[in-house]
Write a protein that binds this ligand. Structure first.
Ligand SMILES: Nc1ncnc2c1ncn2[C@@H]1O[C@H](COP(=O)(O)OP(=O)(O)OP(=O)(O)O)[C@@H](O)[C@H]1O
Length: 574
């Protein structure tokens, strides 16, 4: 049997097979870290019926096939009903991370040109005050009490829809647009990625087969974009008590209480969440063990090995933390588990070989092509670089999205047409290489590479070398140009709780570390920064463009140094 094309069909299947199994648990009040919390629960049959009612309501409100709908509702029972309802009516939800800030949100909404806006009162308030989507939005729906100056309230739509029975889900084609998902915008303004029903269907299957997820599992989903996959994979979804736009502020004690109360088996989490849980586990010791968890899947950004290590200590022996590699434009591309990372690849990462992101998942193919900033309109096998050579990752397969929404320039830069197969290939904008076992090693974003007269440096080959120093929280490689020559500069964010003895000779210790490896030996500038600018969603993607400007200004004062004499004398260190 071929997998269903409309993701909503998974819900219908579960409602028929396991009507009484809980689909979503939502904490009605704040989660109590030290005791059972009250939850509102929807079974699969109830979620199916409720999303049918909402689907009828949406149809009455004029939201139907192809309507672009900005959805600004945090994870909740309504979020699940609404998203499935939107798929049922074959509308096109536009999902933007509110964590990117109001200005960027406005730009993205302007670009997505939504025709309807469904949101909580706070989102409607922002829309009205900031004039989001004024030119295109003709239907507004409030998710909360009453209509709140909108055309409709969700309760009214649901009530009128309830009388109409089952919703006849229209046929959709694999190539029909299913949603527009925005990237995090860590290398410029976020881009709208066009998802088709075929891509969602393929993602569900890939997640199922790659991770062996079974119906009946219980998922704590701290990464809203993945929330939908839980019920589609037949899992019960426990909604965390956290601000979904600020994962780094999750209260680990609450998450642990939820994991224990429901016997959570799967965790979809952003790296920031895994970090916080691991830190909590360090102090909790043996009493912090999460005995029911089978796997954690941390997607969307690099996860340092130390973070993985701390979290795996909280898990049973057989459980693993997986770090799928991919992007909004194509996810998953490759996969690796904590056993391989901690047992083998971490040591190489710390020597500057890049971060191993594993092998391509079944169905995906990854090639490496020479680094260039210009377009590659057509694919040719001669573009492929041999194993070991660093280039840009190019991916093909069933989860590769074919277009950006209204972004012809980004399309030219990122997509390649294969004239032999007709496929569209995606350039990841990431650089790395394949090893002889077929594993991929991520070396950084293409746009973050630093081209110096002595060679090109890549962020994820340089930074891990310094990150091993015990008093460093994280580092960021940037380039600063003087008289037409680019110099590599490593910005350093120190650990808040570092030993005092390290204060004085920081530069010398860093310089000594740089001299240990050929590829970092040319680095002579180190600048301590009070706190890196990072993305809100993952709290880990460093805005290196911003840091480069900061470094340029900072160095400006001390420039130029005497010829042949950097600001300190390397000879004095051993
Ligand atoms: N497992 C991983 N290890 C290392 N890096 C990863 C991993 N998974 C994802 N990434 C990084 O995250 C990127 C994808 O992130 P996302 O799609 O959220 O948008 P973005 O690339 O951050 O934003 P934009 O494209 O707007 O700059 C990848 O291209 C890669 O650089």
């Amino acid at each position: 049997m071929s997998p269903p094309i409309n993701v909503a069909a998974h819900l219908a299947r579960m409602a028929a097979a396991e009507p009484d199994r809980p689909a979503v648990h939502f904490p009605t009040r704040g989660v109590k870290p030290n005791g059972p919390t009250e939850y509102a629960t929807l079974t699969f049959a109830q979620l199916h019926a409720d999303s049918d009612a909402v689907a009828h309501g949406l149809t009455c409100a004029g939201v139907g096939r192809g309507t672009r709908v900005a959805l600004m509702v945090p994870p909740s029972l309504d979020f699940f009903s609404l998203t499935f309802a939107l798929f049922k009516v074959a509308a096109v939800p536009v999902l933007i991370d509110p964590g990117m800030g109001v200005k960027n949100l406005g730009t993205c909404l302007g670009e997505a040109a939504p025709e309807a806006f469904i949101g909580v009162p706070k989102a409607h308030l922002a829309r009205r005050v900031l004039g989001w989507g004024k030119k295109t939005i003709r239907t507004t729906i409030n998710v909360g009490r009453g209509r709140f100056f909108c055309h409709h309230g969700i309760a009214d739509l649901r009530a009128s829809g309830r009388t109409l029975g089952a919703f006849p889900v229209p046929e959709v084609g694999a190539d029909d647009t299913a949603a527009i998902l925005f990237t995090s915008g860590s290398t410029g303004v976020a881009k709208g990625v066009v998802y088709t029903h075929g891509i969602f269907a393929a993602q569900v299957e890939m997640l199922r087969t790659t991770y062996g997820i079974e119906p009946g599992e219980i998922d704590l989903c701290t990464f809203p974009l993945f929330a939908l996959f839980g019920p589609a994979l037949g899992m019960t979804c426990v909604i965390p008590d956290m601000d979904a736009t600020r994962p780094a502020r999750i209260d680990p004690a609450k998450a642990v209480a939820q994991i224990r109360q429901f016997g959570v088996t799967n965790l979809f989490g952003s790296p920031a969440v895994i970090r916080r849980l691991g830190e909590w586990g360090r102090t909790a010791g043996e009493s912090g063990r999460l005995t029911t968890v089978r796997r954690a899947i941390s997607a969307g950004a690099p996860v340092p090995a130390g973070v993985i290590e701390a979290f795996t200590r909280m898990l049973p022996e057989a459980a693993q933390v997986f770090t799928p590699y991919g992007a909004t434009e194509s996810l998953p591309v490759a996969n690796i588990g904590s056993r391989e990372i901690l047992g083998e690849t971490r040591a190489l990462t710390e020597q500057g070989r890049g971060v191993c992101v594993g092998r391509p998942v079944a169905g995906m193919r990854v090639e490496v092509v020479a680094i260039s900033d210009g377009p590659i309109p057509e694919w040719d096998d001669s573009l492929c670089l041999p194993p070991g050579e660093i280039g840009e990752f190019v991916v093909r397969g069933p989860v590769v999205t074919k277009q950006y929404f209204h972004r012809p320039l980004a399309m030219k830069r990122a997509k390649i047409h294969d004239p032999k197969t007709g496929e569209i290939l995606h350039r990841m904008g990431d650089v790395g290489y394949k090893d002889t076992c077929g594993r991929l090693w991520f070396c950084g974003r293409k746009s973050h590479r630093v081209v110096t007269p002595r060679g090109t440096l890549f962020t994820d080959q340089v930074e891990p070398v310094f990150n091993t120093l015990s008093w460093i929280f994280r580092t960021a490689l940037v380039g600063v140009t003087r008289d037409g020559v680019t110099y590599p500069v490593v910005c350093v964010e120190l650990l808040k709780s570092r030993p005092r003895m390290c204060e004085a000779p920081l530069d010398l210790l860093l310089l000594r570390q740089a001299r240990r490896f050929a590829h970092t030996a040319s680095i002579e500038w180190f600048l301590v920064h009070p706190g890196f600018p990072v993305d809100v969603r993952h709290n880990s993607k460093i805005f290196r463009e911003e840091l480069a400007d900061w470094a340029d200004k900072k160095i400006g004062k001390t420039w130029p140094w005497p010829p042949g004499k950097p600001p300190w004398t390397p000879e004095v260190i051993g």
